[in-house]
Design a protein around this ligand. Structure first.
Ligand code: HEC
Ligand code: HEC
Ligand code: HEC
Ligand code: HEC
Length: 265
């Protein structure tokens, strides 16, 4: 990336300063006045939100197949949207449910430039190891977990929070396929490498959307495009996956939806 993208002066390396950043939902958030991490969320915010999905759906019934619907795409690496959770509503949030806000990870590691090396962009793995004992390499980051809540209901409370998210994401794909045929729409197939990502089983762009399926596809793509979601705001991501599965009538009885604490955080 060009130095001048972030530095207003490439001799003194002064940074462009942002006090706050507005997200696609219209919400404005900040890591603190002039914090360098505000630079990152100018780009890492996605391009859509709960609101843009709702606007596209209008007042169609949940299971109504409508040929004028098009897939809504978050775009890649919306890490900032995940981190701020319901404050910016980058994932699709279901009406009537409450969601976690900004990830309150320990203070010294709660923004982009604290966990990532600003220039190499890699995670500062050695720093994580100070508190997360089993971490030695970058691959081990996916083993981090706190507590023993079996979110995905697979009986394994030793896998990382990343593993809980992976299982629920796989279940979401299965549930989308089952739902699509159960309402008489085409079987839905995902291809992460080809635009527009969702196809029917003849390989044509998917065109038999219902509102429920479009919301689910939006969140499925959301998780795919934030591979660091487990660290950016894992519990928020699990809430979103849980609610999406429930909306598809998948069996969530063995799963646990992360709670919102009394102070809302
Ligand atoms: C994505 C944004 C971004 C880009 C692109 C970027 N920098 Fe930086 N740079 C920062 C931030 C943020 C800091 C503040 C210190 C920190 O958080 O690491 C910084 C700090 C610096 C510093 C001060 C010393 C230090 O390392 O802290 C130098 C020198 C520097 N950058 C050089 C460069 C050069 C040379 C390039 C182009 C090859 C570049 N930067 C590209 C974001 C960026
Ligand atoms: C001008 C827009 C912009 C800014 C500002 C920006 N990024 Fe990015 N970043 C991108 C894009 C676009 C990509 C994807 C690049 C690609 O796929 O080749 C990316 C990729 C990344 C990656 C993945 C790198 C990889 O090789 O997999 C990380 C991590 C990242 N950015 C962190 C940051 C952090 C931390 C900051 C703030 C210091 C920041 N970015 C600022 C646009 C930006
Ligand atoms: C608590 C520490 C933490 C914070 C805060 C954090 N990240 Fe991450 N980020 C991670 C971890 C861990 C990964 C996964 C890395 C891996 O699996 O190798 C990751 C992955 C990513 C990726 C995907 C990289 C890839 O190639 O797969 C991007 C992009 C990214 N982060 C950007 C950001 C931005 C932008 C912010 C600020 C909004 C941010 N991160 C805040 C820890 C953090
Ligand atoms: C000073 C100690 C400390 C450091 C350093 C630290 N963490 Fe944490 N981390 C915690 C604590 C405590 C929790 C549980 C409560 C919370 O989320 O704040 C946690 C939670 C997490 C979780 C969520 C686990 C779950 O089950 O939901 C992830 C992922 C995580 N940390 C990743 C990282 C990464 C990546 C780094 C390095 C960039 C890092 N942590 C550095 C103390 C730390």
């Amino acid at each position: 990336m060009n130095c001048a993208t972030c530095h207003s002066n490439v001799e003194t390396f002064e940074l462009y300063v942002f006090d706050e950043v507005t997200f696609p939902s219209g919400a404005t958030v900040s890591f603190g006045e002039g914090e360098p991490a505000n630079t990152c969320i100018n780009c890492h915010q996605g391009r859509s939100s709960t609101g843009s999905v709702d606007r596209a759906l209008g007042d169609l019934g949940d299971d109504e197949i409508a040929d004028n619907l098009r897939f809504q795409n978050i775009h890649y690496f919306a890490a900032g949207a995940t981190l701020f959770g319901t404050e910016v509503k980058g994932a699709y949030e279901f009406a009537g449910n409450e969601y976690l806000g900004r990830n309150e990870h320990v203070g010294a590691f709660d923004d982009c430039t604290e966990c990532h090396d600003t220039h190499a962009l890699e995670v500062e793995v050695a720093e994580c190891a100070d508190c997360h004992e089993n971490v030695e390499t970058a691959a081990d980051l996916r083993l981090i977990r706190e507590g023993e809540v079996d979110y995905d209901g697979d009986g394994d409370v030793t896998e990382g929070i990343a593993g809980e998210i992976d299982t629920m994401t796989e279940m979401l794909y299965t549930a989308m396929q089952e739902y699509s045929t159960s309402v008489g729409a085409d079987l839905i197939v995902y291809d992460s490498h080809s635009y527009p990502y969702f196809f029917n089983d003849a390989g044509e762009s998917y065109s038999t959307w219902t509102p429920t399926l479009l919301r689910a596809a939006y969140n499925y793509q959301y998780v795919q495009k934030d591979p660091g979601a487990f660290a950016h705001n894992g519990q928020y991501m699990i809430q979103v996956l849980y609610d999406t599965l429930a909306a598809l009538n998948a069996d969530v009885s063995g799963m646990t939806r992360p709670q919102i604490s009394a102070d809302g955080g």
